[in-house]
Design a protein around this ligand. Structure first.
Ligand code: DP6
Length: 401
């Protein structure tokens, strides 16, 4: 009989970045990583999987356009492994329906622009893995970490989108990758004050896809070797910061890790640059803003008083992790230094849900900060939009039948 399931999966943004593979076909990383899962109310991939005995071959539609499944090697690998899992179950229990032989039609879409450094492949492959696992009856038979291992074959960072909250991808050491899986560090209710602002500097397709970029880094950057040496300690410190809800430690580690990732990109030869002038202005603003509360930059690490933390993936968009109480103030500052569009409709679209936070900041305090930060405002329209979101849950089943 025919069966259909629709699922959604979240985006995740790492605070300890994955960059580099030790195995390019199994997608095994050169270091562990850690991310926050963002709310699916704002950013998500949705996938419908239909299994029907009349289907003659697997077919795939991405954002409404049919793709040749056979040409997408990673997709083929994920589907093959899911079917192999089902096949083993069918061999152990002859009464099970032969769903491993069933052809599938898969339809997937994002509610945000693809390839803009917003990890569309992560939510996309997480939704695909979760959806097919449900369609062929394996989802309830294996652990979430087991599913994360299959999503990893689609895109490394996708394994972290199988969980909500705070998620580690433990790199593992086995050559076959069975111990390279995602695990939840804390769930989405652990740190309810944690908010995220995505400052979209460009929604154009990025220059160097992460797969090619990180391979070039592995081949040419010696600095990457130093990073690989440092990450285990940083993972430990980050887990501790999250467990203790220690925002100062969290913010400092997040910014340092983003900076190191982009330094490693610049150390790649030829160099890879994902940050643009707008990204650098965001870094400058957040650094100057934090310095109003932590003291000046010469005093080194371990400072107290951080108000905002930036991080950048393989693109120019900034993601700011901020505690709820400081979001109105940060938005007011962004508003001053990155003037929004003028038309009322455009402004509405530009701010989206971020508008809910605005107006409750202390205007006098903000004016004072603006003059002390003393940065020249950027041109109107240098930011395309602001997405206000928070930490959210893992994949959801939206419909089945
Ligand atoms: C900068 O997971 O997109 O976002 O495994 O080759 O598909 P592939 O790469 P991908 O790389 C993500 C890199 C990053 C950092 C991160 O998400 O940890």
């Amino acid at each position: 009989h025919a069966f259909e399931v629709t699922v959604s999966a979240p985006v995740n943004i790492a605070v300890v970045k994955y960059w580099g593979k030790r195995d390019t076909s199994l997608l095994l990383p050169t270091n562990s990583s850690l991310s926050l899962t963002l709310s699916q109310d704002d950013l998500r991939s949705t996938t419908t999987v239909r299994a029907d005995p009349s289907f003659e071959r697997d077919r795939l539609w991405l954002n409404g356009k049919e793709e040749d499944v056979t040409k997408n090697k990673r997709m083929v690998n994920v589907v093959r492994e899911l079917r192999a899992l089902r096949q083993r179950m069918e061999q152990d229990d002859a009464s099970l329906e032969k769903l491993s032989a069933q052809k599938l039609h898969v339809c997937s879409q994002n509610n945000f622009p693809t390839a803009a450094g917003l990890a569309s492949s992560a939510s996309g492959f997480a939704a695909l893995t979760f959806g097919i696992a449900h369609a062929i009856g394996v989802a309830d038979k294996v652990s979430r970490s087991d599913l994360s291992r299959l999503a990893r074959l689609g895109s490394g960072s996708a394994c972290r989108s199988l969980f909500g909250g705070f998620v580690a991808w433990e790199m593992g050491s086995r050559p076959d990758g069975v111990d390279s899986v995602a695990v939840q560090v804390a769930d989405e209710s652990h740190w309810p004050d944690m908010e995220a602002l995505v400052l979209v500097a460009s929604d154009a397709r990025k220059d160097t896809p992460s797969t090619a970029g990180m391979q070039l880094t592995v081949e040419t950057s010696e600095l990457l070797q130093e990073r690989i040496r440092q990450v285990p300690q940083r993972m430990q410190d980050m887990k501790q910061a999250i467990a203790n809800k220690d925002y100062d430690a969290f913010a400092e580690l997040t910014m340092m890790d983003s900076n190191q990732f982009h330094a490693v990109c610049l150390d790649t030869f030829p160099p890879i640059t994902y940050l643009n002038d707008v990204s650098r202005a965001v870094i400058h603003l957040i650094t100057a803003y934090n310095a109003l509360f932590t003291g000046d930059g010469r005093s080194g690490r371990g400072k107290k008083g951080y108000r905002a933390a930036y991080t950048f993936d393989a693109g120019p968009n900034a993601v700011l992790y901020i505690l709820k109480e400081h979001v109105p103030e940060v938005l007011a500052l962004v508003n001053r230094f990155f003037p929004p569009p003028e038309g009322e409709g455009e402004r509405k679209e530009y701010f989206g849900r971020a508008a809910n936070f605005m107006g409750s900041e202390n205007v006098k305090a903000v004016d004072d900060m603006v003059s002390r930060i003393g940065m020249k405002p950027l041109e109107r329209g240098s930011l395309r939009r602001i997405i206000s979101t928070s930490v959210g849950d893992g994949p959801r089943i939206l419909a089945r039948g």
